[in-house]
Structure formats: structure tokens, C-alpha cells
Write a protein that binds this ligand. Structure first.
Ligand code: IPE
Ligand code: IPE
Ligand code: MG
Length: 243
């Protein structure tokens, strides 16, 4: 990968990607939408390898949203089976690469139990890895995450004055997940679509016209260059060190 122009000492700690455009990629080739999802597998693995090369520590990818259940039943069924098969076929490879696999999303709502079991197996298999945490946002919605966290707080019987950002975060799908530094969305759509709403409060947003199945580590490197050209302020002045 061409690292020219990239300061490898200050790559974003947490990169989140909305893997969008699979359907359009397939339609342009006269293929079924589901073939676009299948072609996204190579994009994902190349991006993971790129993230490892760049030294990114957290990579979170949007694989299935709480709103994607609205899609035709056969597409939804394909996505459930495809994600299951991907874990079965490739989690050992990810393990060998030093990747820790995690999931973010509603577990106890609609997702087939078999897929949840595969998810739990890949979490356990890779739990000891520290190079890169790959979080697959599956049956994930940013609003659902906040609602589920509020439910957790209420169930705990927390008093109003104890409701803090830190307390809420403890009930997120992965309390250890840091805020997102860079969010990338492919396919030329300029929206968030209910991904990581809380966690992107001060993220840099990069949009690219590349459709997800065509996305490769070089595109990730381009996004990092764009990120490094930005000035982050976090509400302060002069680069955000004023707090
Ligand atoms: C993203 O690609 C993958 C999922 C949402 C599961 P799309 O399936 O949304 O592709 P387009 O946006 O229709 O091209
Ligand atoms: C967001 O893409 C969800 C995933 C990539 C998994 P969508 O294709 O579902 O988003 P909209 O419908 O274009 O906003
Ligand atoms: Mg889409």
C-alpha cells in the first residue's frame, strides 16, 4: 500500500465504515443485488489488511442495520446466511491476523440463533487478540443502542443525578469501544443512516463515490490522508488542545 503523505504516527484510532453500494454495484453488472453483498467480502478483507498495515486499532463496519429488515425477505435471508458463512469460513484467518472480532447490535431481536452462536464463537476465538478490534455492527441502530442503554440504566434503578455520559456508555453494546475519529461512507450517499450516532459526535466524515465492492486498502489510505488534512477542534480553538 502506498503510504506516501500519511503520518503513520497519527492515524485515527477508531475508523468506522458504512459499507454501502453493494446493490448498485451488482445492478450495474446485470447481477442480483445479493451478488453485490458477496463481492463486498473481498473489500472487507482488503480493508482489514489495510487497517492492520496502517496501525489502526479499531475498525467498525456497518453490516446490517435495524432498518434493513424492511428489505425483501430473500435479501434479508441471504444476508443472514452470508454473514454466518463468512464467520465460519474466515474467522480463523482473522484470528491468525491478530484481529479481535466483536459485534454491536441488538442480539435478542430477530437475528437467527445460529448466527448469534457463530458470532459468540468468533468473539471467543479471537478474544485474546490486540492488534485490531474489528466490530461488526449487525442488527445495529444508533437510536436502538441509545434506547437499550437507557433501558439498562432504568433497570439498574439509577437516580437522575447519576445519569451521566459515562454511566450511559457503560450500557452501550461495547462499553470499551472508543469514540469514532473517522467515519467513511462509500457509494456517494451523504448520510449517517443510524450508524453510531453517539460515538460520531466529533468524528471527521469522509464520503467517497466508490461502491463498497470496489473499495480497497488504497481507498482507506486516501480517507486517512483526507482525515490528516483536517483540523479537529472538539469545540475548542486551535486544534482542540484547549481543554
Ligand atoms: C450496503 O449495500 C449493504 C447493506 C445495507 C446490507 P446496499 O445493499 O445498501 O447497496 P445499495 O445502496 O442498494 O446500492
Ligand atoms: C446503511 O446503508 C446500512 C448498511 C450499510 C449496513 P443503507 O443502504 O441501509 O442506508 P440508506 O437506506 O441508503 O440510508
Ligand atoms: Mg444502500
Amino acid at each position: 500500500m502506498n503510504l506516501e503523505g500519511i503520518d503513520t504516527g497519527s492515524v485515527p484510532h477508531h475508523v468506522a465504515v458504512v459499507m454501502d453500494g453493494n446493490g448498485r454495484w451488482a445492478q450495474r453488472r446485470g447481477l442480483k443485488r445479493t451478488e453485490g453483498h458477496a463481492a463486498g467480502e473481498e473489500a472487507l478483507f482488503d480493508t482489514v489488511e489495510g487497517a492492520l498495515e496502517l496501525g489502526i486499532r479499531w475498525l467498525t463496519v456497518y453490516a446490517f442495520s435495524t432498518e434493513n429488515w424492511k428489505r425483501p425477505a430473500d435479501e434479508v435471508r441471504f444476508l443472514m446466511r452470508f454473514n454466518e458463512s463468512l464467520l465460519v469460513r474466515r474467522s480463523h484467518e482473522l484470528n491468525d491476523m491478530g484481529v479481535r472480532i466483536r459485534f454491536a447490535g441488538r442480539r435478542n431481536w430477530r437475528v437467527p440463533r445460529r448466527l448469534i452462536r457463530r458470532q459468540d464463537e468468533s468473539i471467543a476465538l479471537t478474544a485474546h487478540n490486540r492488534k485490531l478490534t474489528l466490530t461488526i455492527a449487525f442488527n445495529y441502530g444508533g437510536r436502538a443502542e441509545i434506547i437499550d442503554a437507557v433501558k439498562g440504566l432504568v433497570a439498574e434503578g439509577v437516580q437522575p443525578e447519576k445519569v451521566t455520559e459515562k454511566a450511559l456508555r457503560r450500557h452501550f453494546y461495547d462499553p470499551e469501544m472508543p469514540d469514532v475519529d473517522l467515519m467513511v461512507r462509500t457509494s456517494g450517499e451523504y448520510r449517517i443512516s443510524n450508524f453510531l450516532l453517539w460515538e460520531i459526535a466529533y468524528s471527521e466524515l469522509v464520503f467517497t463515490d466508490t461502491l463498497w465492492p470496489d473499495f480497497r486498502r488504497e481507498h482507506l489510505a486516501d480517507a486517512i490522508r483526507e482525515f490528516q488534512a483536517r483540523e479537529r477542534r472538539f469545540g475548542g480553538i486551535n486544534g482542540g488542545d484547549g481543554d
